[in-house]
Design a protein around this ligand. Structure first.
Ligand code: FES
Length: 144
């Protein structure tokens, strides 16, 4: 009888260790796959958003928001993302140089978001801009 109880406890312990080992392997696999998935650029797409800017921008001017920089010239208005395409730092427009510059590793872009230099390999994305609807006041709607 005592031998049966001991055998039963050993079996439970073995089963527990086997299950623990299986969970440990699963956790290790997830820890290895997560950076790989990140590296491959898998992203969950964001829902489209509209951001209203209640400000009129003069020709040749610009306006910075946390997520984009809004520019206006005689041809129209456009918005450029403020997220650097290198490692994601927040870029700023330097008026003296007329360039968008990243403070982290000094990638540089034109006001249209075209890459000029630095470690970033891609241009900054542009967002469509429309004028504010009548009755809403003067300003722009940026479609992120
Ligand atoms: S994050 Fe912008 S250049 Fe590296």
């Amino acid at each position: 009888m005592q031998q049966n109880v001991d055998t039963c406890r050993q079996t439970d312990r073995r089963q527990f260790l086997r299950q623990g080992w299986a969970w440990l392997r699963l956790a290790a696999l997830a820890a290895l796959l997560y950076p790989l998935i990140q590296f491959l650029g898998f992203r969950v797409p964001r829902k489209p958003r509209d951001i209203k800017v209640y400000k009129e921008i003069k020709v040749g001017g610009f306006h910075m928001e946390p997520e984009f920089i809004l520019f206006r010239d005689e041809k129209g208005t456009w918005a450029v993302s403020r997220t650097c395409t290198h490692l994601g730092c927040r870029v700023s427009f330097q008026e003296q140089e007329k360039l968008i510059v990243c403070p982290c590793h000094h990638s540089r872009f034109t006001s249209r978001g075209l890459r000029v230099g630095g470690p970033a390999k891609k241009n900054l994305p542009q967002f469509p801009v429309t004028a504010m609807a009548e009755g809403e006041g003067k300003g722009y709607v940026v479609h992120l």
